[in-house]
Design a protein around this ligand. Structure first.
Ligand code: FAQ
Length: 315
């Protein structure tokens, strides 16, 4: 394609975005836009799937039938979100198996938060309240993403995440109002999950290599730091309401800015975790690889059945 033609197409593409018209799979798009979306959406899909692991580990140990049913439904929802997002990624021409192989080889990332272990039942509450809470804060903005299939997938996903957040908060509220030992479990879960949840929003804006272009393309509508601040402002009063203490000595309401001030984030920990050196990175990727290998015979059988049926139909 001639350079002049490409410039013209790019201008029309950006005009469309500026006028809030969604980009659809068959529309022309710059290669870098397509690649950015494949990167973000496939990593988002991997996060949903890997994110099932810490919680699934507690399904057999849920304290009663109601809690078990709720947790089971939540973990199933996360699987649905992953499949939804893999399908949306395929609309950009990505091959699903290749994106999954990238997860297994360590080439593709998934959310840092899922490299931390769920050590107690209270952690299931903290994951719902804080991890789903942070995920929603980010995903509500993504409902207005310029790429149609991603934006539409987010609408359904946000509705389900909202239920997840509430069940987590309700679980922790019950523990926080229970025996001293139960309250201690709830506090301990908050202590361990607070900072990793804050890190979920990604590096500070001035350290985020992808943000400027993604904001221009309206893939991202709010910056990492703005979303993080919104999450802190919304979540601190929720902790206070159930008598738990956010583990940050410098956390303070600032009358002038209308936001909470908070301590500096341990970015070294964040880069270590996304670089593969978190507490559970190896365990998580091994579990996904094993699931693929163990499920191979099911896929082979399904393919053999489908091929046989097609042959029969065309005979
Ligand atoms: N973890 O330049 P930026 C959930 C990477 S869903 C790992 O700021 P970007 C539901 C980033 O990829 C949670 N890596 O990047 C659930 C980039 O590396 P790359 C997942 C991270 O893309 C709940 C590099 O750092 N949500 O929890 C992280 O503009 C409970 C530089 O960063 C989504 O994926 C991180 N936290 O902004 C499931 C939402 N942060 O790719 C089960 C969609 C940054 O160039 C149980 N994604 N990195 O090699 C996004 O909104 C964006 O991709 C951000 C990062 C905001 C995560």
């Amino acid at each position: 394609m001639k350079v002049v033609e490409t410039i013209d197409l790019e201008q029309k593409f950006q005009d469309k975005i500026d006028r809030e018209i969604k980009i659809e799979p068959n529309d022309w798009m710059p290669e870098a836009y397509r690649k950015t979306l494949i990167r973000q959406m496939s990593q988002h899909a991997h996060s949903e799937i890997v994110g099932m692991l810490p919680e699934a580990n507690w399904i057999t140990r849920a304290p009663n039938l109601r809690r078990k049913a709720v947790l089971l439904a939540k973990v199933q929802d996360e699987a649905g979100h992953g499949l939804y997002l893999y399908s949306a990624t395929e609309t950009l021409g990505a091959d699903r198996e290749d994106t999954i192989d990238d997860l297994h080889s360590g080439k593709a990332k998934y959310s840092s938060i899922f490299n931390y272990p769920a050590l107690s039942w209270a952690d299931i509450g903290a994951i719902g309240w804080l991890v789903d809470g942070a995920a929603i804060m980010n995903q509500v903005a993504l409902c207005r993403c310029s790429y149609g299939p991603y934006a539409r997938a987010m609408v359904k996903i946000c509705k389900e995440e909202s239920f997840h957040q509430r069940q987590g908060y309700e679980l922790l509220t019950t523990l926080a109002n229970g025996s001293p030992e139960q309250k201690e479990l709830a506090q301990d879960a908050l202590n361990r999950f607070w900072w990793p949840a804050i890190m979920m929003f990604g590096p500070n804006d001035d350290e985020s290599p992808n943000s400027a272009q993604s904001m221009k393309w309206k893939i991202k509508r709010l910056s990492n730091d703005d979303l993080r601040q919104n999450f802190i402002d919304a979540t601190v009063p929720q902790a206070e309401l159930i008598g738990l203490k956010v583990p940050d000595e410098n956390l303070k309401w600032n009358e002038e800015t209308g936001h909470y001030d908070f301590s500096p984030i341990n970015w070294d920990e964040f880069w270590q975790v996304i670089g593969g050196n978190g507490p559970c990175n190896k365990q998580r990727v091994d579990a996904r690889r094993k699931a693929k290998e163990d499920g191979m015979w099911v896929r082979d059988a399904a393919m053999a059945f489908a091929e046989k049926r097609m042959k029969k139909q065309s005979a």
